[in-house]
Structure formats: structure tokens, C-alpha cells
Design a protein around this ligand. Sequence first.
Ligand SMILES: [Zn+2]
Ligand SMILES: [Zn+2]
Length: 208
Amino acid sequence: MKYTFLFLLISCLIYFSCDKKEEYYLQPINNKIVLTIVNFNDVDKEQISLVKTILEERFIIDTILFTERKLPKNSFYSPKNRYRADSILYFLDKEFHTQKTIAVTAKDISTSLGKNHDWGILGLAFSPGKSAIVSNYRIKNKSENSILEKERFSKVVLHEFGHTFGLKHCKNSETCLMRAAEESVNNIDQLKDFCDVCRSKIKKHLKY
Ligand SMILES: [Zn+2]
Ligand SMILES: [Zn+2]
């Protein structure tokens, strides 16, 4: 399987692009999504509930399953005491068989990025694909208060979930959720919603 990387935040959001047919994911047989939300045993119920609310607000969801797991041991990267997001995605794809899976962790996650073997990120998703992982670690550390933290976390969840439908980084709008913000977690604050172009690509799955 061939993967290429595109980047959202230089130190943060990244998605995988794989060579499966994009159309399949943009137009699945059933527009109502069956989703698994995975808690990697380290975030509180309020945060899991927030993920549920965020996705239910925007996407046409049929069923949500909830489960807890331990972070896979083979994803641990001891030199930097954090977890490899790409390994986590492979684990999620193998372990869960719902149309989509989104996992949440409070631990720091990373992936390879250009010359950087291990680069800290906020989230990663197969694009198009089934699985996404979002970490609150960097968002929490860089947010002045819990309201800002929740706002930023919500946007990252929508961004990564958007990748799973094959959406790529967007240059159509300064405020599109799929925009490749750069350099700082603060840049998430200018993102508001999916732009018209991105929305049109996933409209079958959106409530509005
Ligand atoms: Zn991205
Ligand atoms: Zn867009």
C-alpha cells in the first residue's frame, strides 16, 4: 500500500493518503455512518461525549459504538516517550470493522514527516479510509483555558474525520476546517467550518 503525506500543522495535523479509490469513500452505499469511538483508556467521559456531540451535530450518523482499549504496545516510541500515530491507525483498521473509527488519546502522538523521523502531531487519519486518531496532548498544553481547548479539539476532530472521507488540505478558504494551518496550534482558531467546496464533496454525509 502506498502512502503519501500532506500536512496541516507543521508540528501537528497530518493525514495519510492511500491509493484506494476515493469515490468509494465519498459515496458509500449507506450515507448514514456507523462509527466506533475508541477511548485509549486515558481521556475522561466528558471528552468522549464531546467527540460524539461534535460528529453527531454535523454528520448523518446511524449508530455510534463506544469502546476502550490500551494504546498498542508496538506504537510506543521510547526515545521520545510518545506513540506512533501511524501504528495506531493500522491497529484501529485491524481491530474495528465499522464504516469509520475515531480514537482519542491524552498521550502525545507522532509520525514521520520528511526528514523528521518522529514528529509530534495533533491527529492523523487514513485519507480516504476508515480510521482517525486525535490527541489532546498538545492542544491542552498550548490552550490558555478549557473553552479554547475544547474548541480546538472539536475542530481537529472534524478535520481528521473529514480526511477519512478523502478530503485533502484545502486552499479555497482561509477559514475552512480542512485548511493546512501552519506552525502553531493557535492557527486552528481561524478555522470555522468546511468551505463550500469541501462541503460539497461530503454533503451526503452532512446534516448541513
Ligand atoms: Zn490534515
Ligand atoms: Zn475547504
